[in-house]
Write a protein that binds this ligand. Sequence first.
Ligand SMILES: [Zn+2]
Length: 284
Amino acid sequence: MDRLLKTLVFGGDVSAAVISNTDALNKAIKIHGFSPVAAAAFGRTMTACTFMASGLKNATDKLYVTVKGDGIGGKITVCGDGNLNMRGAVDCPHVDLPLKSNGKLDVGGFVGGNGRITVVKSMGLKEPYSGSSRLVSGEIAEDFTAYYTLSEQTPTAMALGVLIGKTGKALSSGGVIVQAMPAAKEESLVKAEEIIRSLFDVSKKLKEFGAEGLLKKCFGATEFTEYAPKYKCACTRKYVEGVIISLGKNQAEDIIKTQGKIEINCDFCGKTYIFTAEDVEKLF
Ligand SMILES: [Zn+2]
């Protein structure tokens, strides 16, 4: 079961979160047919974004994040809402890369170190918040750490990890993220950063101890706020109707004339929506 556990540690100086989202990543792997390295890149990004979504104030607030580097995988997109319903896609989901010399999946090579993270948070009627920062390495954890520090001015450290089994399924996905609270003592931040540095194999530790066990092991914390992240698409036939209406009557009728129907696939869940000539006529 996927979980995000969040609590204050070190006398309230540091906010700590443990995220376990193996089920969500396996759902994404099933939909997109991710190669192991694509699954790792997407899983790490989704973990950072799930944490980000847990900071949205309202359930209906939305998050739209892209990680666009110069690697062979292309752009990674992840969307979510305040209920932690997450979804996303990768430009080139099937390309794979050899393992790095340390035996880890080459996420940095897949994503590429030159590029940007862009974050848009839309909160009801207010003007959307948008922030952006340069990628550091394309390994995702360092990139989101830089994003939080530079763009949101919140000192942050994170360990993100994905463990892929021989069959291509994720055995473990998630991470540990710490953030400084206002007026946090320096020694608390140093302690939190040391813990993150020790979690170089966070996916294995999550598999071994579980989210709750890891929160206790890392921070001695036994009380927490719990969230239930999911991989869940928000697409509906109503939404797709809007897309067709925005094409305009002429273009929609042209597609019907040449292809007999309009077929639209959702990038995030793979669902296919089909509109016949009759459906299109009703729309206009
Ligand atoms: Zn969908």
